[in-house]
Ligand binder design. Structure first.
Ligand SMILES: *[C@@H]1O[C@H](CO)[C@@H](O)[C@H](O)[C@H]1NC(C)=O
Ligand SMILES: *[C@@H]1O[C@H](CO)[C@@H](O)[C@H](O)[C@H]1NC(C)=O
Ligand SMILES: *[C@@H]1O[C@H](CO)[C@@H](O)[C@H](O)[C@H]1NC(C)=O
Ligand SMILES: *[C@@H]1O[C@H](CO)[C@@H](O)[C@H](O)[C@H]1NC(C)=O
Ligand SMILES: [Fe+2]
Length: 462
């Protein structure tokens, strides 16, 4: 009872604060007692029963346009019994004629840990907008899953993405995941980096990568998660003799980087429905003359807005972030790439890293040169909206300290855990909402109708 009244009070304060500052950015006054982000113990996620049962199943788009799927799973043994094969069939058939694909299988060692057998199989030539069943394992250990392929790429194809970042595996992470899953609209997840947080444990406890794989399986085995790498994927630990950056991540999570002529799984692109998604790496070189820089330069020229009106970028470290945590860590990449984003009218940039939520105005800061002193962001209708969605709920807790006063580029900010939904309706309109964990999923804490920068570059209001 008391709690309910407190909640009501918080809503009232939030509403008042929105009205009071209708022309400036909003710092939500919805402040909850910050809870410890306690990690779910390893025992929460035992391996599935059965001899050599497939586990940690996850899928992601397997080609450039959505007719392929990469199916990934882990088995404890590498026996020659077909446990490296995925069988799949169109759900409209009775499954008597199954197609199959053979995985590439590998293991890796990290300090005192040896991984299970990591299988990745790419299925190609799928039909668009079609449900498929797939099956892994052998004998009594067979496990069955399913997924929907996206509709054929086209300018007015409606499609809904969930957006999650910095998830980790705490009880709060569990709330984020299950809140997202309870929303039937989500068809694929854009993941803004920082997956398992294994590196926050002694010796980068690699068993935490296994438990993370089991934790996200209820969603990631059924719809593609589009992965970007964050700093917690680097796993660089000289003191442990582990000096190959991104080793666990790149062994466990495969992405279709070659399909976009990328030379690294850390940056790549896909087309899905009416969206063109570019994934970048904050923790790989991006200055002029580097592979990522050259790739992005060529990549932006390939985007055909008549085919995919929505140009969306996924990167870990935010460029516009008014939280005190990780303040300006994305700055050098912003300076490098921002002029290209404005020139190419990128619609939205999703970032993670900061464990809170923030949405920017459409601003740019590209006039500045070292002598002119013009280093202030200005409103710019060719610029993306920058969204920080590092509020998945990981072990490091909430980032609840903001720079004051709220800078003019910041439209809305709140230190709570949650996830977002991006509902693309057609070539001009997309409805974007942010859902905090403590609310029921239908409650929307932040919302805006986004207008496409190529087809309808008008100013938006919340
Ligand atoms: C995770 O959330 C789901 C849905 O609320 C719940 O059923 C499950 O028990 C939670 N898991 C843990 C370990 O708390
Ligand atoms: C862009 O896409 C449209 C629609 O699919 C197509 O007609 C056009 O040829 C494409 N343009 C280029 C340069 O490929
Ligand atoms: C830097 O800005 C100054 C002042 O606007 C301008 O005169 C100068 O040409 C600029 N330099 C470059 C390299 O753009
Ligand atoms: C695009 O979607 C928006 C929002 O649903 C709608 O108002 C608008 O009429 C649609 N445009 C077209 C051309 O259908
Ligand atoms: Fe991070």
């Amino acid at each position: 009872m008391k709690l309910n009244r407190l909640t009501l009070f918080c809503y009232a304060v939030l509403l008042l604060s929105i009205f009071a500052v209708s022309h400036a950015g909003v710092t939500s006054s919805y402040v909850r007692v910050s809870e410890p982000s306690e990690e779910m113990p390893l025992e929460t996620f035992p391996p599935p029963a059965g001899l050599n049962a497939p586990e940690q199943v996850h899928i992601t788009q397997g080609d450039h346009s959505g007719r392929g799927m990469i199916i990934s799973w882990v088995t404890p043994l590498n026996v020659d019994d077909g446990s490296n094969i995925v069988r799949y069939w169109n759900a409209d058939t009775d499954g008597s004629e199954k197609m199959s694909a053979v995985a590439s299988t590998s293991t890796y060692r990290y300090y005192d840990y040896t991984s299970g057998y990591l299988h990745h199989a790419t299925i190609k030539g799928l039909e668009y907008d079609t449900k498929y069943f797939y099956e892994l394992g052998t004998g009594r250990s067979i496990r069955q899953f399913n997924f929907m392929t996206p509709p054929k790429v086209g300018p007015d194809v409606a499609y809904t993405f969930g957006v999650i970042g910095d998830l980790g595996q705490t009880y709060a992470s569990n709330q984020t995941l299950y809140n997202y899953m309870s929303n039937p609209k989500g068809q694929a997840v854009l993941f803004a980096g920082d997956l398992s947080y294994a590196d926050d444990h002694p010796n980068h406890d690699q068993r935490k990568w296994d438990s993370y794989g089991r934790f996200v399986e209820p969603s990631a085995a059924y719809q593609p998660w589009i992965w970007a790498a964050g700093n917690h994927e680097i796993d660089y630990a000289q003191s442990l003799g582990e000096t190959q950056p991104f080793k666990p991540y790149m062994n466990r999570y495969h992405v279709p980087y070659r399909a976009s002529q990328s030379t690294s799984p850390l940056w790549y692109s896909i087309k899905r429905a009416s969206a063109y998604i570019i994934v970048l790496s904050s923790y790989s070189a991006y200055d002029k003359y580097t592979p990522q820089n050259s790739w992005l330069q060529d990549e932006l020229k390939k985007v055909n807005r008549s085919e995919t009106p929505w140009l969306i970028v996924l990167v870990h470290a935010p460029w516009y972030n008014s939280n005190n945590y990780h303040y300006m860590e994305g700055e050098s990449m912003r300076v490098t790439f921002e002029p290209w984003f404005v020139e190419n009218k990128v619609d939205i940039v999703f970032a993670g890293h900061v464990h809170a939520y923030e949405r920017s105005e459409r601003v740019s800061n590209i006039k500045y040169n070292i002598t002119d002193g013009m280093s202030t962001p200005v409103k710019d209708q060719s610029a993306p909206v920058y969204i920080t969605i590092g509020d998945g709920g990981n072990i490091e807790g909430i980032a609840n300290s903001y720079t004051e006063p709220q800078p003019s580029y910041s439209a809305f900010r709140e230190a709570s855990f949650g996830h977002a939904m991006l509902e693309i309706k057609n070539r001009t309109h997309a409805h974007y909402t942010w859902h905090r964990n403590k609310d029921d999923e239908p409650i929307i804490a932040d919302a805006i109708w986004l207008k496409n920068r190529y087809y309808l570059p008008e100013e938006e209001t919340t």
